[in-house]
Ligand binder design. Structure first.
Ligand code: URA
Length: 233
């Protein structure tokens, strides 16, 4: 089996993240650094940063309602709270699927299934992710039309997306935005591109999977049906 798939199945990280670790020389096969094209079997001794990885065990899947003030990494070198602090103590070696910013709330999946993580985050799969964005000072239909049609952020145009106002008063608008990409701070930057500031952001859906019944900061295992749904999304 290709080394990145092997590592992903072991729950080390997504395949793409594993490729980076391989390139950085963090992965040894039978004591030697390996290349991206290396094939391994269960008989090979594989280590990541000196730790043995085992190709066995049942995969785990959690859904978390992330509060703001947590980083989406397994450990943070600045000592900030991470989403791992919100998992039940029985959780195994799971990792967050994609990222929500420190200040963004909402639906986050954590899993030890690197293949599912890869599937959900690869842009070619166009997995819809829905956010509620609170926009200071409101937003006009003309501005929303620009966001819908794609705006240039970090030198590249965003894809088409859905955006509609769900609540409005004289000080702010709440907009439901569904995007199929997952670029860095994408929703905030899309509104910045039309001169608007997002003052609150929450991911409320991945596909049709919602946060229903899950309080802020709470976490639960996904059901078998939900796991199956995400695998075929
Ligand atoms: N878009 C953002 O701006 N932030 C997130 O965390 C997710 C999407």
């Amino acid at each position: 089996m290709r080394i990145n798939k092997f590592l992903a199945e072991c729950g080390v990280a997504s395949r793409r993240q594993c490729d980076e670790m391989i390139k950085n020389g963090e992965v040894l096969v039978n004591g030697k650094p390996c290349g991206l094209g290396a094939d391994v079997t269960d008989k090979d001794e594989v280590t990541v940063n000196g730790k043995h990885v085992h190709h066995e065990g049942k995969k785990e899947y959690y859904i978390l309602n992330k509060p703001k003030g947590y980083v989406c990494t397994v450990s943070d070198d600045k000592g900030r709270k991470t989403v791992m602090d919100l998992l039940p103590s029985r959780a195994g070696r799971v990792f967050p699927v994609g990222r929500l910013d420190y200040d963004t709330e909402g639906l986050l999946i954590l899993t030890s299934d690197g293949d599912l993580a890869f599937r959900l985050t690869h842009p070619k799969n166009e997995i819809p992710k829905t956010y509620i964005a609170k926009i200071e000072g409101g937003v006009s239909e003309a501005e929303l039309d620009k966001v819908r049609g794609g705006v240039v952020i970090d030198g590249k145009r965003t894809g088409k997306c859905n955006a509609r106002v769900v609540e409005q008063d004289k000080n702010f608008a709440k907009v439901s935005v569904t995007i199929t990409e997952g670029r860095n701070r994408q929703v905030r930057k899309m509104f910045e591109a039309v001169g608007k500031q997002v003052v609150f952001l929450k991911r409320v859906k991945i596909g049709e999977l919602t946060l229903r019944g899950l309080d802020r900061g709470a976490c639960r295992p996904l059901s078998d049906e939900e796991i199956k749904y995400l695998k075929y999304l």
